[in-house]
Design a protein around this ligand. Structure first.
Ligand code: URA
Length: 241
């Protein structure tokens, strides 16, 4: 993301460091430097990369994108009660503007690969149906597979309860009597669980293993761990360009 000059107080408050009145106090106290010199005023226009606070460069001053291994039971929401995914990140990140948000969601009982970003354009590129980015899930089912699932899921005619159009063709790779990898090219509410319900089965364990070409196993992230990275690199890992 190209750097833009902004008022110093705006940069620091949008990065979650504190309210503008706090920034004014830090400037008066000499804690903020611009190119190594004490900042003159909180309203001075500067580039984020010129700033330091208490001798330290600013935290992800030009945007925040991360890959997270969502653990079971964590909720992709800022508002609900209980264990929220956002509790895994530094508090300052949660006060940033624009806000850090997940690219799509995984439900509470689903673990696996989740991307979070404050970059609206990246979020759009990863979710827009135009880009057709696949998502793969490792599924464990309550009942053994019957044998007709691969064809039914690939047909592009499977209807889900309460939906008015069929699911796009999906790829099922059977890995055991009641285990399989399912690759989808769209994202609907509780889609994997509802697709297997439509086939008369029940998903008992669900993990997202891939987003496009990016695989959870290649990242060596334990459940609850995350890694920040540049949006351009992430996109390259997902779409391979
Ligand atoms: N499908 C589901 O059923 N749940 C998820 O979290 C993701 C896809």
């Amino acid at each position: 993301m190209a750097e833009k000059k902004e008022r110093l107080e705006k940069i620091l408050s949008n990065l979650g460091y504190g309210a503008r009145k706090d920034v004014a106090y830090w400037v008066r106290s000499g804690w903020v430097t611009v190119d190594g010199n004490m900042a003159k005023s909180a309203s001075q226009k500067v580039l984020p990369s010129q700033l330091m606070l208490e001798g330290k460069p600013l935290d992800h001053a030009n945007g925040l994108t991360l890959i997270y291994h969502k653990p079971l039971h964590a909720v992709c929401s800022r508002k609900e009660d209980g264990q929220l995914i956002y509790a895994a990140f530094p508090e300052r990140w949660l006060a940033r503007k624009p806000a850090l948000s997940s690219v799509g969601r995984l439900d509470k009982e689903t673990s696996g690969l989740l991307i979070l970003t404050d970059d609206g354009q990246l979020n759009h590129q990863l979710t827009s149906p135009k880009h057709d980015i696949s998502k793969t899930y490792a599924v464990t089912l309550a009942e053994a597979l019957k044998g007709d699932e691969v064809v039914k899921l690939a047909s592009g005619t499977l209807m889900l309860e309460a939906d008015d159009r069929p699911c796009k063709a999906a790829e099922l790779e059977v890995t055991g009597d009641n285990t399989a990898n399912l690759t989808l090219y769209e994202g609907r509410y509780h889609q994997v669980r509802r697709m297997f319900a439509a086939l008369g089965n029940h998903v008992s364990i669900l993990e997202r293993t891939h987003i496009g070409l990016l695989s959870l196993s290649s990242l060596q992230l334990k459940a609850g761990e995350y890694r920040t990275l540049e949006p351009e690199l992430l996109l390259q890992m997902v779409v391979g360009e």
